[in-house]
Design a protein around this ligand. Sequence first.
Ligand SMILES: [Zn+2]
Length: 400
Amino acid sequence: MRRTGDLKLIQELNRSIIFDTIRHYGPISRSEIAKRNKLSPTTVTSAVSELIRDSFVCEVGTGESNGGRKPILVQFSPDSRFLIGISISGSKITIAEMNLEAAVKRKEVHSVKPYQGESVLAYLLDIIAQFLRGAASLDTCMGISIVTQGIVDSVHGVIRYNPKLRLQNAPVKEMIEQRFQLKTWLDNDTNAYLLAEKTIGDFSHYQNMLYVTIGDGLGASILMNGAIYRGFKGGAGEFGHTTIDRAGVRCDCGNVGCLENYVSWPTIYSKLVSSLAKGKTSRISDLVEQDVGRITPAVFRQALAEQDPLSVSILEETASYLASGLVNLIHLFNPEVIILGGEIAFENELLIAKVKDYVMEYAHGILTEELEIRPNSLGENVEVAGAAAVLLQDTFQFSL
Ligand SMILES: [Zn+2]
């Protein structure tokens, strides 16, 4: 029995290597795939037949001959199937239909307010049901992949703890699979963004990196020697709940002085609103026509781009707190690159520049020598691309 298991494992591994080669180098001939990976022609032929049968790849004409018959070329067919990617943050649910390269075909954003706890889940099911009605046919749907903040048990598909949405031990995977009969994945959002940058973004060649999300909350994901470090219960990377002030602000998690409360959007927002209430002048007031309810991260970034002094000073304070946390992470993990993502970091060159300055000043020189601090490469679709990456990685086992 053991030998059969080994054989099946090797076949699956070969299939994923072959698929990865076609994805990267197609159109490509079967003999070229064999040569590149030092695999036997029969192994390649049988794996390619399976991939064609499952419509993940297709034959596309012929290549140059080396004297014999012209070889038939095969290539990846990213539009042969689709998947549903969902991101649930503290403020919104984003749902998208994507192809096998995580290209977005259709996308909707729904505000999550005023839902909390069980009602968030009921609302999520309604959103999925309505969105699926817009799909041509579910026969070619690979499944549904969901990413969210907090501690997630990705093996069992359970949200263990999400203080923002007041969810504990929510069996999301089981609930969705029962309702829609579609295979479902669930993972922590920041882990998913890191996976997306590694598999479909610009960061494929890094083996040690950190992804830090600055948005409604603050989270981190750790890639260590090419594998995501999840910790014992899946809670590794809860960067936002590291303590920086024992006498500080009370956090949603019950503790006091968590870093998240000095760095995330709700904090920036309340600083802006209280400064405006005290009569400080700011470009923000004009941008939202005096309606503070309309201040969003995008408005804040716009004010920064126009060098609004109030916004710049709040950003500098935020960057300084964030950098203190990053200095700790750098000393713990010695990363090659730190990717800054989330709504606050999106297209925010000033934040990245300020954080870099502080980090270079305070972290140990040897650890910052070739350290890069960069924005995410997947832009504003990173949330749903993260969800797609979780499904694609689990299905195809792309090399990390
Ligand atoms: Zn906390």
